[in-house]
Design a protein around this ligand. Structure first.
Ligand code: ZN
Length: 262
């Protein structure tokens, strides 16, 4: 049967001399991996490769069986570019961040099944990544790029969209309503943000406050409205990232792109 899908290229590795193995994040939030024959470009006509990570493609493939085995590759027959960021590569920090977004998404998503290529089950994951890339590109184009802001924004949004957000409206221990005035610490594994009465004393809570501001504001806003968020420290996103890893049973060593950021 012939399939046609649209997805963002989130991972690619060279295969044999001229081929590429690539994974796409589909609109349904699942991934599909396959071989792009001749995908490295080159050859007699020295054809350039359009298969860059972070780009959106429409891809056709044929698969005879009804099912796709775990980790099985399909053969991508034809593919065309639907959208590409143009300026992210001109800013090395933005480019590192793009790679982090793609790596993060590839760790928290699952392989699609052939019967459910069109379902909208986890479309928020696709929306998360496509918005993150689109607004990263826009921030570079508009000369407003801030690594700290884009990183914390992505991680906050990821926690919310993936359903693992810590409790930020009420204290994780006593349920008291939280505000910037009684907010005291952050404990992802024990429920989330903690009020000043329940928190252990004597810690520096600057990161907690920055993170809480993001959670409480990002919840109500669209990606396009986030330009008004205050610039956090990079340490704050690192703390949130560490907490997020534990939710997925991942460790920092599973990531390559993080070494260039934190
Ligand atoms: Zn409390």
């Amino acid at each position: 049967m012939h399939y046609k899908v649209e997805g963002i290229l989130i991972r690619k590795i060279p295969h044999k001399e001229r081929d590429l193995i690539g994974s796409l994040l589909l609109r349904n939030g699942k991934t599909i991996s396959g071989v792009f024959y001749g995908g490295m470009g080159g050859g007699k006509k020295n054809k350039p490769s359009i298969l860059e990570s972070g780009r959106l493609f429409e891809v056709g493939f044929v698969h005879k069986k009804k099912e796709l085995g775990d980790g099985q590759l399909v053969s991508f027959r034809d593919y065309s570019l639907k959208w590409t960021p143009k300026n992210i590569r001109t800013n090395y920090q933005a480019f590192y961040l793009l790679n982090f977004f793609l790596e993060f998404i590839s760790k928290v998503t699952f392989q699609a099944s052939l019967e459910s290529l069109d379902d909208g089950e986890n479309e928020e994951i696709f929306r998360l990544l496509s918005n993150a890339i689109f607004y990263l590109e826009k921030s570079v184009t508009d000369d407003l790029f801030e690594l700290e802001t884009q990183m914390l924004l992505f991680l906050t949004k990821a926690c919310l969209e993936l359903g693992i957000a810590p409790s930020f409206r009420n204290c994780g221990f006593c349920e008291k309503q939280l505000a910037i005035s009684n907010l005291a610490s952050f404990d992802f594994e024990n429920g989330g943000f903690v009020c000043s009465e329940c928190a252990e004393k004597g810690r520096d809570f600057q990161n907690t406050k920055e993170m809480w501001v993001y959670f409480s504001q990002v919840w109500f806003k669209k990606y396009s409205e986030y330009h008004s968020l205050p610039k956090p420290t990079l340490k704050t996103s690192e703390e949130l990232f560490t907490g997020t890893l534990r939710q997925f049973n991942l460790s920092r060593s599973d990531f390559k792109s993080t070494n260039l950021i934190w």
